[in-house]
Design a protein around this ligand. Structure first.
Ligand SMILES: Cc1cc2nc3c(=O)[nH]c(=O)nc-3n(C[C@H](O)[C@H](O)[C@H](O)COP(=O)(O)O)c2cc1C
Length: 348
């Protein structure tokens, strides 16, 4: 029996990946404005949810316009997911994802994230608890290929997960021990697509809109999920949809970068406390403005940002620079990027 996922999972509906430290409410809203169809929260500790401290509450911050939303959980024991699932369902959350891909030592050391690939029976028990609580089709699992190089754990897990009623599988086709090194092995995506009937979503080295299309063509997956590509330019969604004739993207230009930075600022100010919004700007703005000449020196003043007027000052300076760029294109260090070039592949 094929279970219907309650979410759009097809080529014309790009997803935003769970991004710890980044995929908060303002960023998700920014991506949605650019055409992101489904967004995931940052990973949230199932255990932490039971205590529901302030930082966990912050990770659950959402809004009517932040739909559909997938809450991503991590943990190592099925029992510790029972109460958190009740808690989340009571608060109206409907879609969930199990993190079986995070290889960061802090998480993997506890047997959670990608470490679950070393204890597949535990992974299946957790998925079962989540599906029983949320209903068939409403839970996804985000996998890597396996823990150690050469393992094909993802393939062994595909059918059992589907039998449990999981609604979709996301694969970041690297081994956990790789972290983010080397290349994502898209062949793994094809193999999983051929193994299971549930939709498969691709994650891994989708740095540009074109990468998304190439991955679909090469692997036959049902949908794509942008991660680092979206961090560098949330308009990746719009650009990707334009490749299907579904939108008209902005031209990548200094004005575009500034507009994105300003919009992110507005969303942060709308949805976060003033202090948090300003802190967020210290990392957000340099990310979008890295192509400007002189961005390096500006970055220093941005990382020490302590008031909104300081930020306005920087943005005004860059605006003037962008206007000058119309006469002198050298103002923008690079106006276009080759696939993969505009992202730091070794982010983590
Ligand atoms: C800064 C950062 C934070 C991430 N946080 C999470 C997370 O919370 N949960 C998760 O499943 N994956 C997380 N990932 C992995 C991404 O969701 C994605 O699978 C990975 O970056 C591969 O896609 P890409 O090569 O297109 O960036 C994170 C990646 C980055 C770079």
């Amino acid at each position: 029996m094929t279970i219907d996922a309650g979410l759009p999972i097809h080529p014309g509906s790009p997803w935003l990946a769970p991004l710890a430290g980044f995929s908060d409410l303002p960023f998700r809203l920014l991506c949605r404005e650019q055409g992101c169809a489904v967004a995931c929260t940052e990973m949230i500790s199932a255990k932490g949810l039971t205590h529901c401290n302030q930082s966990t509450q912050r990770l659950l911050l959402t809004h009517l316009t932040d739909q559909p939303l997938v809450v991503q959980l991590y943990g190592s024991e099925a029992d510790s997911f029972v109460r958190p699932m009740e808690f989340l369902l009571e608060r109206g959350f409907r879609f969930f994802d199990l993190n079986a891909g995070c290889s960061v030592p802090k998480v993997a050391r506890t047997g959670s994230g990608a470490a679950l690939l070393r204890t597949p029976e535990k992974l299946l028990q957790i998925a079962e608890v989540m599906v029983q609580a949320a209903g068939a089709g409403n839970v996804g699992v985000k996998l890597r290929l396996g823990w150690d190089k050469g393992e094909r754990t993802f393939l062994d897990l595909g059918r059992p997960l589907e039998d449990l009623g999981v609604g979709w599988l996301t694969l970041h086709p690297r081994w956990a021990v790789q972290g983010f090194s080397g290349q994502a092995l898209w062949d793994g995506l094809r193999a999983l697509r051929e193994r299971v009937a549930v939709p498969v979503i691709a994650s891994g080295d989708l740095f540009s809109a074109e990468d998304g299309c190439r991955c679909l063509d090469a692997t036959g997956v049902n949908g794509v999920m942008f991660a680092r590509g979206a961090l560098w330019d949330p308009a990746i969604f719009n650009k990707y949809l334009s490749l299907f004739g579904l939108s008209r993207p902005d031209v990548f230009s200094p004005h575009h970068c500034l507009a994105v930075a300003r919009r992110h600022m507005v969303l942060c100010r709308e949805h976060l406390s003033d202090r948090r919004a300003l802190l967020a700007m210290r990392t957000v703005v340099p990310r979008y403005l890295r192509h400007f000449h002189g961005a390096k020196s500006l970055r220093q003043s941005l990382t020490a940002l302590s008031s909104w007027w300081e930020l306005e000052d920087v943005l005004d300076t860059l605006s003037k620079c962008a206007n000058a760029e119309k006469q002198n294109p050298a103002c923008l260090e690079r106006t276009a990027h080759a696939p993969g070039e505009h992202c730091d592949k070794d982010w983590r």
